[in-house]
Design a protein around this ligand. Structure first.
Ligand SMILES: *[C@@H]1O[C@H](CO)[C@@H](O)[C@H](O)[C@H]1NC(C)=O
Ligand SMILES: *[C@@H]1O[C@H](CO)[C@@H](O)[C@H](O)[C@H]1NC(C)=O
Ligand SMILES: *[C@@H]1O[C@H](CO)[C@@H](O)[C@H](O)[C@H]1NC(C)=O
Length: 521
């Protein structure tokens, strides 16, 4: 999404400018002669309005990246893109990679409706009007593999037992489609899926000998794996045919281990699994008694496949952020936590009790059945919470302080990473200093990332709320300028500002909120 808006603005400006000068795009094209060499940079063709047509005629499969010189994601992609080009060149693969500077080639960005950078389009057989949107990975191996699966068949055709066995042995996860009739539409669906499921290897066959060898009588997609139960079958629906979405989800769920170990390699897969419930077992893998719990945990997993993802988190392996997210300390392990990724509600088992297959199963059923209340994060109350002008609130003392009927309480809900919070910190301190001798005024702050409040889910930072004295649990949100003068006016005016005060402050949302629901987990 790097700089989406500037691009749109730019396009509008350029387009109106062109129109003003009567230079409409799409005028007669000046085609370079066939022999002209298209310039290259690091093995990447550098294309322009003049040379795109030539490149499309010369290269039957062409991946084109539209970039902008100011785009950070494009800069990050550049070395991977060149590396992928080099890998394919080394294999003499008939695919080329190219790039177009979208800020210079505005006629091309209009022709291909490019609205953000980088945008990648894949052209096949010189077809200029119907390129395929590139949705693959952004690192070299992934880019090269995505192209290989479009150059050749995306699955290996298997003729005999030996070929099938060799393929199955070659990888941890191999998917084979058994189809009685290779002209069937289901085969096309299967091959299309294989083009994009880059982390799996695919084969297909129509040989009766192979149906028999794998005890099949009907069209079936079989996932072979070198772990857990070894094989999972997806029978093709005889009436409805092969459903791409259903098969894709089946493969995703069954290609994962029943119990995933959480680390930087597995976490993308864990988040991509689209399994909304996760059960986490936190252990210290260096301790034998902790390791022994894994067997019971794994034993409980099979009935929940596809519904609850079982994950082991080793507290010794750089997983502090996961512990923190669940409000756990390393001393508290071994322990279980359950989270619904959609609601981000977290659940803990009743204290004590060993982790066994039976207790894990019972805990899952209890959470899924709605019998466990989610828990809320709270820090410990610091002993000196009320010693400074700005009082420190945590989940545990929030209710008591905020709704004290004898006090007017003004609270800043902040996040440690939030820059607007840091900018207003001095004004908040000054405000607290100014009113520290007023018995009925409390200026306070609460780290809303470490303290969750059931009644106040805080989404933007900073959020400022005023809890006036008196009954009725009244709450007034403060949305005006964040400076000492305006804060003071608001307080002295009993929680409102004279009408002419402008409303300006927009809270910051979590930086990664749109891409990942919550940090890592
Ligand atoms: C390009 O592909 C589309 C869709 O497959 C097809 O309809 C069109 O005729 C092709 N154009 C050329 C010039 O081959
Ligand atoms: C895990 O256990 C080892 C051995 O007792 C200990 O040294 C280490 O500090 C523990 N790790 C954590 C994160 O608690
Ligand atoms: C946001 O994501 C980036 C990379 O994905 C990461 O480096 C950064 O720490 C994240 N920030 C927060 C506040 O989660």
């Amino acid at each position: 999404m790097d700089g989406q808006l500037p691009l749109v603005l730019l396009l509008l400006l350029v387009a109106s400018g062109l129109r003003g000068q009567g230079l409409e795009p799409g005028g007669p094209e000046e085609e370079p002669p066939e022999e002209e060499e298209v310039p290259e940079e690091d093995g990447i063709l550098v294309l322009s309005q003049r040379t795109l047509g030539l490149a499309l005629r010369k290269h039957r499969t062409l991946l084109v990246q539209f970039y902008a010189p100011w785009c950070g994601h494009c800069k990050a992609l550049a070395p991977e893109y060149s590396k992928a080009a080099a890998m394919l060149a080394a294999e003499s693969a008939k695919a080329r990679l190219a790039k177009v500077d979208g800020t210079a080639e505005t006629e091309l960005t209009q022709e291909f409706a490019v609205t953000e950078y980088p945008t990648l389009r894949f052209f096949r057989d010189g077809n200029r009007t119907h390129p395929e949107e590139y949705t693959g990975p952004r690192e070299a191996d992934g880019i090269a593999e995505w192209l290989r699966r479009r150059l050749g068949p995306s699955a290996t055709r298997l003729e005999d037992e030996e070929g099938a066995q060799t393929l199955i042995d070659s990888r941890d996860v191999v998917v084979i489609g058994f189809f009685q009739d290779l002209q069937d539409e289901d085969v096309a669906t299967f091959l299309a899926l294989a083009q994009d499921a880059l982390d799996m290897t695919f084969g297909f066959t129509d040989q009766p000998e192979l149906f028999q060898k794998f005890s099949l009588t009907k069209d079936t997609v079989v996932l072979f794996k070198k772990f857990d139960e070894g094989r999972a079958d997806f029978p093709v629906d005889e009436e409805l045919g092969l459903d791409l979405g259903d098969l894709s989800r089946f493969l995703l769920v069954h290609s994962m281990r029943l119990v995933m170990e959480f680390n930087s390699q597995t976490s993308p897969k864990i988040f991509a699994a689209r399994i909304l419930n996760h059960l986490l077992l936190f252990v210290n893998q260096t301790l034998a008694p902790h390791q022994e719990l894994l067997a019971g945990f794994a034993e409980a997993a099979p009935p929940f496949r596809g519904q609850v993802l079982f994950v082991v988190v080793d507290v010794g392996a750089n997983n502090d952020h996961v512990l923190q997210y669940f409000g756990l300390k390393a001393e508290e392990v071994p322990t279980l936590r359950f989270i619904n990724m959609e609601t981000t509600k977290k659940y803990a088992p009743a204290a004590g009790g060993p982790v066994t297959a039976a207790s894990v199963t019972a805990f899952c059923h209890a959470v899924l059945g709605g019998q466990v209340k989610p828990y809320l994060l709270s820090q410990e109350l610091p002993p000196d919470w009320d010693q400074r002008p700005v009082k420190t609130l945590v989940g545990k003392n929030f209710e008591q302080v905020a709704f004290d009927e004898t006090k007017n309480v003004f609270i800043k809900f902040y996040a440690p990473w939030c820059s607007h919070c840091k900018e207003m910190a001095a004004a908040w301190e000054a405000l607290a200093e100014k009113y520290k001798d007023h018995e009925d005024i409390v200026i306070a702050e609460l780290d809303a990332t470490a303290n969750e409040l059931e009644a106040f889910p805080v989404h933007g930072f900073p959020t400022l709320k005023y809890f006036p004295a008196g009954p009725g649990r009244k709450v007034i949100e403060y949305k005006s300028t964040r400076d000492l003068e305006t804060f003071s006016k608001f307080l002295e005016n009993g929680g409102q500002l004279p009408a002419e005060e402008p409303t300006v402050s927009v809270p910051e949302t979590a930086p990664n909120a749109s891409t990942e629901p919550k940090e890592e987990l």
